[in-house]
Design a protein around this ligand. Structure first.
Ligand code: ADP
Ligand code: MG
Length: 230
């Protein structure tokens, strides 16, 4: 269980031609594991995340979430699945400047009209678990880059997703902070039984992940652990 792409092709217009951003991609990210997707700029990593995140419908191929085939799902169904079963963490933490750490997490659930007291407890619990227990009421400018990224990760977990999609979480962090964030993502995947998919350029953290997939020109090679010492 987790997220699976089968024979996925995604093209974009490119002059008179079309470019294959995803060229017959098979990809599985299992719950309970941290999967990394690496590859050069323009190789299709963000396209892969967009299809796995139900933001983009491929030209052909199938997407399965926890075993459910989503071919033919309507836009409204995809939106509901995103809200209920997927979490997203973007490259820039995308926190709202005026909100405290706790409020960043609640901003999502309030849109869904849930109970505020239980949500507040859950938000505080998550932030505390991620080492931010003394920073619950701080705003983004009062947090370090690594702390902001942890708030964004906590926000991505707020709806207890099956799949957490993370785009370049360490691009703005130094080496130590990068390793801490990736180790945290691995722990979260294992402890919470979430399929965590992380796009990264950061080859120095790949020893911490469970699976490594490489993209080149829209094609995916899976399963090979990159040898960091090479
Ligand atoms: P990566 O995240 O690995 O840098 P992308 O998935 O963003 O790669 O892009 C893959 C390819 O698709 C690139 O050649 C890129 O130029 C192209 N591409 C991505 N998004 C669009 C778009 N909206 N319109 C046209 N081409 C796009
Ligand atoms: Mg990208």
């Amino acid at each position: 269980m987790g997220i699976t792409l089968r024979d996925v092709v995604l093209t974009y217009p490119d002059g008179d031609d079309r470019i294959r951003a995803l060229d017959d991609v098979d990809f599985t990210a299992e719950r309970g594991r941290l999967s990394a997707v690496t590859g050069p700029s323009g190789s299709g990593k963000s396209s892969l995340l967009a299809v796995a995140g139900l933001l983009t419908v491929p030209d052909s191929g199938r997407v399965e979430l926890d075993g459910d085939d989503l071919t033919g799902a309507s836009r409204a169904e995809r939106t509901a699945l995103r809200r209920e079963r997927l979490g997203f963490v973007f490259q820039q933490s995308n926190l709202l400047p005026s909100l405290t750490a706790t409020e960043q997490l609640l901003a999502i659930t309030h849109l869904r009209g849930r109970r505020i007291r239980a949500d507040r407890d859950r938000a505080r619990g998550l932030l505390t678990e991620l080492g931010l227990g003394t920073h619950l009421d701080r705003r983004p400018h009062q947090l370090s880059g690594g702390q902001r990224q942890r708030v964004a990760i906590a926000r991505g977990l707020m709806n207890e997703p099956s799949v957490l999609l993370v785009d370049e979480p360490t691009s703005a962090l130094d080496e130590d902070r990068s390793r801490q964030v990736v180790a945290l993502l691995a722990d979260l995947a294992h402890d919470r039984n979430v399929a965590v998919v992380m796009v990264t350029h950061d080859l120095g953290t790949l020893d911490l992940v469970d699976e490594v997939h490489e993209m080149h020109s829209g094609r995916l090679t899976s399963g090979s652990r990159v040898n960091v010492s090479e």
